[in-house]
Ligand binder design. Sequence first.
Ligand SMILES: NC(=O)c1ccc[n+]([C@@H]2O[C@H](COP(=O)([O-])OP(=O)(O)OC[C@H]3O[C@@H](n4cnc5c(N)ncnc54)[C@H](OP(=O)(O)O)[C@@H]3O)[C@@H](O)[C@H]2O)c1
Length: 160
Amino acid sequence: MKIVVIGGTGLIGSKLVKKLQEKGHDAIAAAPNTGVNTITGEGLKEALSGAQVVVDLANAPVWEDKAVLEFFETSGRNLMAAEKAAGVKHHLALSIVGSDRSPDSGYLRAKVAQENLIKASGIPYTILRSTQFFEFVGGIGHTGRCGPALACAVPADCLG
Ligand SMILES: NC(=O)c1ccc[n+]([C@@H]2O[C@H](COP(=O)([O-])OP(=O)(O)OC[C@H]3O[C@@H](n4cnc5c(N)ncnc54)[C@H](OP(=O)(O)O)[C@@H]3O)[C@@H](O)[C@H]2O)c1
């Protein structure tokens, strides 16, 4: 089966492409690095030609509130339109546990926007809401850092 993995060169996408290929699927890693861009539309039509399933594992390069929302909205719109045109039978996306319960997070608002575009597309879909993967621990620690210490152990002057 031809399965296109958008973001197939990323942390999760690259693992999925490998597993699908091991199972004998024609799995394509679609990402800017392989000539497929869901923001500009470059290479999208060609990549989706003949595909039965698309797995969206793309991530925004910038996580600032406005930029990340624009990324998931534009990418989602372009992708769903291209899938419809190509006759894709099923769309899968990886979202995050509790996305709709953290409206203060710009990133999670963007993931909800992505989910809503999928639900409204008319294409059969699966949205998997996962917790963060183990490799993400370093990033979480980095954002919670105050000098050499983590936020859970920082002195009061780091919190102001
Ligand atoms: N990591 C986690 O813990 C976790 C947990 C739950 C859900 N998720 C979700 O899973 C998805 C993948 O996360 P990840 O951590 O694997 O991301 P990642 O490692 O940052 O990989 C991002 C992928 O998106 C691609 N990409 C960026 N801009 C693109 C564009 N314009 N068009 C097409 N592809 C583009 C990148 O391609 P290039 O290599 O060419 O830049 C790369 O392949 C995200 O939607 C995220 O919200 C992640």
